[in-house]
Design a protein around this ligand. Structure first.
Ligand SMILES: *Cc1c(COP(=O)(O)O)cnc(C)c1O
Length: 411
C-alpha cells in the first residue's frame, strides 16, 4: 500500500503558504488533498495498461486456481476489487486501519448494532439522526437491546447512564438537526474507564476533512457516504471504520453475512466524488458561514445555530476538536407553521428536499415531516444544507423568501 503520509513527509518545508483561512479551527494537514487523490489508486494494480482511473469490476465471481485457492477475490458479496479500493481510501482519510463499505448509511449503522446481543444496553443522544433513532426505538428495542437517550452535550450524563450491561455508546457530533457537539475526547476517556464498552461516532455532518474522531480514541467511526463524502446526490452508501483487528474481523463477518453491500458502480461513483472533497468542504464552509452570518442579522430570524459562530454555545469545543464546519445550518424563523410553509414555497434557488451534503442547497422543516420521531422538534426550526452555488445568490434567495413570508419587524 502506498504510504502517502511518509512519502510526503519531507515536503513539510514547502508548507509555508496557507491559502485558505481556518477560521480559528484546527489547522488542516495540507496533504489530505494529495491522499484523497492518490491513496489506493496505484495504476499498476490494474492490469490493463496502468489506467489512472480505477476500472469498475462488475464480475460477481472470480476464477479459482484450485478449489478454495483464490487470486484475491472469491465472490462479490464477500470481496470486490472496486469496493476494496474505496474501503482503503476512506480508511486512510480517517486515519483508520480498516474501512468497510455498505449499501447505505443505515446498513453500516445497523451492522454496529448487530455486534450486540439481547440484554445488552446502549447509551445514545436525544438529538439523533431520525433513522438511527427509529431503529433503536422500534427494532433494537424489540430484540431486547434497550437504549438510554441523554443530553450528550454534558459528558457527565453519559457516565451516569452507563450500567453493567452497557456495551455501546453511540454519538453524533454535530448532531442532526440541533447541531449540538459532543466532547469526543472527554467521552472517549469515560468509555475507556469502563469495561467492555465501545464508542462509535457518526461523523457524517463533517466528513473526515473537518473531523477525525480516531485522534481522540474512539472505536468506530460511521459515515453516510450518501452525504458529503460522495457530495453529488447520486449515490447511497455507508462506511464503517475501525483500528481494532478483532472488531474489524467481527464487522467484516457481519458485512459478508448480512450482505448489505454496495454495487461496484456505486463504489466507483463514490471514489470519483471524493476526489474533490477538500475543495468542496472548504467552499461549503465559506458559503455556510456567510449564510449563517447573514441570517444572524436578519430581522425575520429568531436564532441561528452554526458551530463556527461566536454565538454557538460550543464554539470553543468546535475549534478544539474539528478542522472546520460543513454547510449545515439550523435556524429558527420568527413565526409558526404558516410562515415556515410560505418561506420554503417562495425559495427559488434553494430546493425543498430530504438529505444534505450535496453540491446543491437543500432546505428541510423537520417538524412538518410525517415521521413521528420528529415530534419533539420545534415547528419553526429549519435545517439548511448550504451548497456550492454563488453565495450571493443564496443570500438573495433567502432574503426575498423571508421578506415575503415573515411579516414581523420587516422593513
Ligand atoms: C443520512 C444520514 C444517515 C443515514 O444514511 P443513509 O445513507 O441515508 O442510510 C445517518 N446519519 C446521519 C447523520 C445522516 O445524515
Amino acid at each position: 500500500m502506498l504510504k502517502i503520509g511518509k512519502k510526503f513527509a519531507n515536503f513539510s518545508k514547502f508548507r509555508l503558504i496557507t491559502t485558505t483561512s481556518t477560521y480559528g479551527f484546527r489547522e488542516q494537514d495540507p496533504s489530505f488533498a494529495t491522499k484523497i487523490i492518490h491513496v489506493a489508486q496505484e495504476p499498476e494494480q490494474w492490469s490493463d495498461g496502468n489506467p489512472i482511473v480505477m476500472p469498475i469490476s462488475l464480475s460477481t465471481t472470480f476464477k479459482q486456481e484450485a478449489p478454495g485457492k483464490f487470486v484475491s477475490c472469491e465472490y462479490s458479496r464477500l470481496d470486490n476489487p472496486t469496493r476494496n479500493t474505496v474501503e482503503r481510501i476512506v480508511a486512510s482519510l480517517e486515519g483508520a486501519k480498516y474501512g468497510l463499505a455498505y449499501s447505505s448509511g443505515m446498513a453500516a449503522i445497523t451492522t454496529v448494532f448487530n455486534l450486540l446481543s439481547p440484554g445488552d444496553h446502549i447509551v445514545s443522544s436525544t438529538d439523533l439522526y431520525g433513522g438511527t433513532s427509529i431503529y433503536l426505538k422500534q427494532v433494537a428495542d424489540r430484540l431486547n437491546i434497550k437504549t438510554t437517550f441523554v443530553d450528550v452535550t454534558d459528558p457527565a450524563n453519559i457516565e451516569k447512564a452507563i450500567n453493567e450491561n452497557t456495551r455501546l455508546v453511540w454519538m453524533e457530533t454535530p448532531s442532526n438537526p440541533g447541531l449540538n457537539l459532543v466532547d469526543i475526547e472527554k467521552v472517549a476517556a469515560i468509555v475507556r474507564s469502563k469495561n467492555n464498552v465501545l464508542l462509535a461516532i457518526d461523523n457524517t455532518f463533517l466528513s473526515p476533512y473537518f473531523q477525525r474522531p480516531f485522534e481522540f480514541g474512539v472505536d468506530i467511526v460511521v459515515h453516510s457516504a450518501t452525504k458529503y463524502l460522495n457530495g453529488h446526490s447520486d449515490v447511497l452508501m455507508g462506511i464503517l471504520l475501525t483500528n481494532d483487528d478483532q472488531l474489524h474481523d467481527r464487522l467484516r463477518f457481519l458485512q459478508r453475512t448480512i450482505g448489505a453491500v454496495p454495487s461496484p458502480f456505486e463504489c466507483y461513483l463514490l471514489n470519483r466524488g471524493m476526489k474533490t472533497l477538500p475543495v468542496r468542504m472548504r467552499q461549503h464552509m465559506e458559503n455556510g458561514l456567510a449564510v449563517a452570518r447573514f441570517l444572524e442579522n436578519h430581522p425575520s430570524i429568531e436564532r441561528v445555530l452554526h458551530p463556527g459562530l461566536l454565538s454557538h454555545p460550543q464554539h470553543e469545543l468546535a475549534k478544539r476538536q474539528s478542522y472546520g464546519h460543513s454547510g449545515m445550518i439550523t435556524f429558527f424563523l420568527k413565526g409558526g407553521k404558516p410562515e415556515c410553509r410560505a418561506f420554503v414555497k417562495r425559495l427559488k434557488v434553494i430546493i425543498l428536499g430530504e438529505s444534505l451534503g450535496g453540491y446543491e442547497s437543500l432546505v428541510k422543516i423537520p417538524a412538518l415531516m410525517p415521521e413521528s420521531y420528529q415530534l419533539g422538534v420545534p415547528v419553526n426550526l429549519i435545517r439548511l444544507s448550504v451548497g456550492l452555488e454563488y453565495v450571493g445568490d443564496l443570500i438573495a434567495d433567502l432574503d426575498q423568501a423571508l421578506k415575503a413570508a415573515v411579516h414581523c419587524n420587516v422593513d
